[in-house]
Unconditional design. Sequence first.
Length: 200
Amino acid sequence: MTRTPLPAFYDDLDAAFAELWRLLADGAAHGRGGFHLPTLATVGADGGPRLRTVVLRAADPAEGTLRFHCDRRSDKASEILADPACALAAYDAAAKIQIRVEGRAALHTDDALAEAAWTGSRAMSRVCYGAQPGPGTALPAGGAYSLPDETAAATLGRPHFAAVLVRAERLDLLYLDRRGHRRAAWHRSDAGWQGGWRAP
């Protein structure tokens, strides 16, 4: 019985770091696999954890940042403004890899980054930001909200749109294999990324 060869990053820490960023960038660019929809954790107003799925829009290994979008009326936006500490986690079953990112999030609403993100968004994605009432508002019935058409959304949605940039401070990659799992972790310092192997 032929076994699948072990990946090049299996015992190579630098290759594992490069693979982590490649997977995140691929998930953002191509909208497929487990790394396109990570789970975001923030700190709620009551100090408790809050989780939700976000759409990864960009991963920049040179800057060590990730970007997703949100409605500035949402709980996640107010939580990030109150406490920028956050974490993201994603698992891709086909790759057998889990990636965790801890960092600090910044909300961009009316600057060049936000404008470029809005301009680069598809018309159908902009519709959600024009919804009335805003996210999390109590409704008398499930369908008691309205969405603008795609043309109106370009104007109505923009005031509610925010790009969120997460500056990664800690990274963790876990690869699962019956021949032996591999886990590596890195933290950012003034000298750059420092990493090492961890027990899985």
